[in-house]
Ligand binder design. Sequence first.
Ligand SMILES: [Zn+2]
Length: 247
Amino acid sequence: MLIAELRALGVRPGGILLVHTALSRVGCGPGELIEALLAVLGDAGTLVMPSMADDDDVPFDRASMSCRAVGLLADTFWRMPGVLRSDNPHAFAALGPQAKYITQPHPIDIPHGVDSPPSRVYDLAGSVLLLGVGHDCNTTLHVAEAIAGVRYRQPKYATVMENGRPRRYEYGETDHCCEKFALLDDWLGQRQRRGRVGSAQARLFQSRDAVAAAVARLRKDESVFLHPAGECGECDLARAGAAGFQL
Ligand SMILES: [Zn+2]
């Protein structure tokens, strides 16, 4: 059933697929959904999921650090045999012919920038599947923000090992509440396929279409994804981090 629904939505063999999922909305077990995704993608396809560290206070270890914050499916996927995980608190995990390229080293600062796993999915003309979640979970839009050169930042930190010791590394991340990423539903229009997978609403689109649509809007209005000043703590924090100018 899941296999037929994924095919009906437009997932094709041999593709590169970045998946963001709320498994509870799909209504099946993690193994069942991963099996279905791999069956549709086939041996020539590459499955990619977010795999970010759950704990910013502990040095990231890709062999042991959980990623429950991005969901049970993602936290099941990176533990499976053959799956590669990038060595970074902003990790992604991948399985398939392009897994090595997608999970190669990437800078901790800025996460999800032009040299990051979601950006590599974009480079390779991959697709993005949102299962039971909306565009507020669409990490690929942070790639668009990096390409457009937006200046807003939220203060973040991660703990990294340096010369054998844990060190708190502070940086500015292009982040906000991400609610207004939902604008992509309108911007993508027919370039986004919508359907059902299990009990979940599903959205499928080309990474390049989402980035192109977002970059075009961001170049006209840098703050298009931010709530108006004073309406949202997260977006206000991002504005405050935009040093030296008013957004
Ligand atoms: Zn906001």
